[in-house]
Ligand binder design. Structure first.
Ligand code: 16G
Ligand code: ZN
Length: 523
């Protein structure tokens, strides 16, 4: 471990430049073994830095049911990663004592994305876990959601589960639904960010069959660099197509990120304007589809959508005012959205960046399945219940899964006989702009109300409020990033010019009041 380096287990584990990080991966292997002993179940370790550049890498732990590592263990992970080599044994003893970890067996599942550094870093994890006598299962290259899925199945009793099982499960779920709706006609082009998703999506598409869905893989990693001028994050933030992609109006295009847990769609309208269909629009499509089928099946369940402050104001208006669907807002980070989603019978959660899924508790799933065969219901009611059941089978409930979400979008469009045009017209986004500001210490910024208000420094929120008042449909918030040393700024307003202007003004306020460093943010 190098001296004077501090790392912390952030919203998505540890992340940073891959060189010199081996010790973090080694120690996380050890921590995973300890957690496995405590939980008496297998624990997952994923080696990936998601949408970050190719030279970065990262590591995160996955709990037994495929959920994110319990928050109480994040601080243990941080402490373990930061002690000197001399203090390591002592720190491990402390964790063992304080958590009352038994001397039982341990089992650790490891997988990695396609970065050049991932193989050796996953070996460091293996070494760490083996040092505690853990039985290690190296699953090699997988998408992050595939590892979540395999782990959850394994701990649920399916000890033979493997990658092939994932494809068979979702391919047959998709085919079953398409059997009851009509067959697909036009292809969908998927930019896989030159990442691990390319080979995996190809396998899934093969299992489904090209006669059922025509998936064209773009950026398969054969030549381009991972996440460079491509991928879900690039397309969302830049609001433009991946480099080199030749687009045609109204064709369906989608992008994954580097570990295939994010999905966004886009197209061109008839004037060749770029149209983005982001996580908000996918959530709106999923939620309205579920709500309509619940209604048609006369099933009464509590459906909710979970968003973050980044959700476009018009998506929130559409869902609340036009669709009457319940909405909750949480801070950024999958773990918060997921936790909130579980408080509904059916929870649809998405971040605008394209990470999201649906959670349904088993009791509700049973209720829907039973309704599909209920002789007291009409044929229409039973049909809607059956469709809903089959639709929910396509979803990877453990975490946002770009491949499953892609199939789910495709199935809904097919069932509704919608082109991408009808989908993007359900509401029109307010123009928006994101920016970042360098400050001396981003931790001095504290937020509340699901990151929609600044609490400290106390002068900042009144300043933002005053700026927002100047712009029709104006809204803006700022928050310290959990993955980068910056403060993030979001602004939306009635026109792009006003949104840009508001983002600029708010950035300056953050710089002036929040201890900005370097050049003043001007754009
Ligand atoms: C991580 C989070 C993502 C969040 C992003 C925010 C997970 C698995 N991923 O990628 O949900 O949107 O961080 O980054 O939780 P930021 O704090 O730098 O804006
Ligand atoms: Zn990702």
């Amino acid at each position: 471990k190098p001296d004077n380096v501090r790392v912390s287990y952030g919203t998505a584990g540890f992340r940073g430049n891959a060189s010199g990080m081996e010790y973090v991966f080694f120690r996380m292997g050890m921590l995973a073994a300890l957690r496995s002993k405590l939980k008496e179940a297998a624990i997952g370790v994923m080696v990936t830095a998601s949408h970050n550049p190719e030279h970065d890498n990262g590591v995160k732990l996955i709990d037994p049911q495929g959920e994110m590592l319990a928050q109480s263990w994040e601080s243990l992970a941080t402490a373990l990663a930061n002690v000197t080599n001399d203090q390591l044994i002592e720190q491990l003893k402390q964790i063992i004592d304080s958590q009352k970890i038994p001397l039982s067996n341990a089992s650790v599942f490891i997988a990695r994305d396609s970065r050049p550094s991932s193989l050796s870093l996953s070996r460091a994890v293996l070494d760490g876990a083996s040092a505690f006598g853990a039985t290690c299962h190296d699953h090699g290259l997988l998408t992050t959601p595939q590892l979540h899925y395999i782990l959850a199945c394994y701990n649920g009793g399916d000890i033979k589960v493997d990658e092939e099982h994932y494809y068979q499960n979702y391919a047959s779920a998709f085919k079953a639904l398409l059997n009851v709706v009509s067959l697909f006609t036009s292809p969908v082009t998927v930019d896989c960010a030159n990442g691990v998703g390319a080979a995996k999506l190809t396998k899934l598409a093969e299992r489904i069959g090209a006669n059922i869905i025509d998936i064209v893989v773009y950026n398969d990693g054969q030549s381009g660099k991972l996440n460079e001028n491509c991928g879900a994050d690039y397309v969302k933030v830049q609001q433009r197509a991946p480099a080199g992609l030749n687009m045609e109006p109204f064709h369906r295009y989608a992008s994954f990120d580097g570990d295939a847990d994010r999905l966004i769609y886009y197209t061109l309208d008839s004037d060749c304007n770029f149209i983005l269909l982001d996580g908000d629009k996918i959530a709106a499509l999923f939620a309205t589809y579920i709500r309509d089928n619940l209604k048609k099946a006369s099933i009464n369940l509590r459906l909710g959508i979970i968003q973050t402050a980044y959700a476009n104001g018009n998506s929130t208006n559409f869902l609340i005012n036009q669709q009457n669907i319940e909405i909750a807002c949480t801070p950024t980070g999958v773990k918060y959205l997921h936790e909130k989603a579980l408080t509904f019978d059916i929870g649809v959660y998405f971040e605008a960046n394209g990470h999201g899924t649906i959670t349904v508790n088993q009791e509700c799933k049973n209720k829907i399945s039973a309704a599909a065969f209920d002789p007291n219901k009409s044929a229409e009611e039973r049909f809607a219940a059956k469709k809903l059941k089959l639709f929910l089978d396509i979803i990877n409930q453990t975490v946002g899964d770009a491949m499953c979400d892609l199939l789910a979008v495709e199935a809904i469009l097919q069932d509704k006989n919608w082109s991408v045009k009808e989908w993007y017209r359900i509401y029109t986004e307010l123009p928006n702009r994101q920016a970042k500001v360098q400050v001396a210490d981003r931790r001095i910024i504290e937020t509340g109300d699901a990151e929609r208000k600044v609490i400290l420094p106390s002068m900042l929120q009144p300043a933002i409020d005053e700026l927002v008042r100047k712009y029709p449909s104006g809204r803006s918030f700022v928050r310290p990033s959990g993955t980068e040393d910056v403060v993030r700024v979001y602004a939306e307003a009635n026109t792009q010019e006003n949104a840009d202007d508001l983002a600029q003004q708010v950035s300056l306020a953050v710089y002036n009041i929040g201890g900005g460093v370097g050049k003043k943010p001007l754009f």
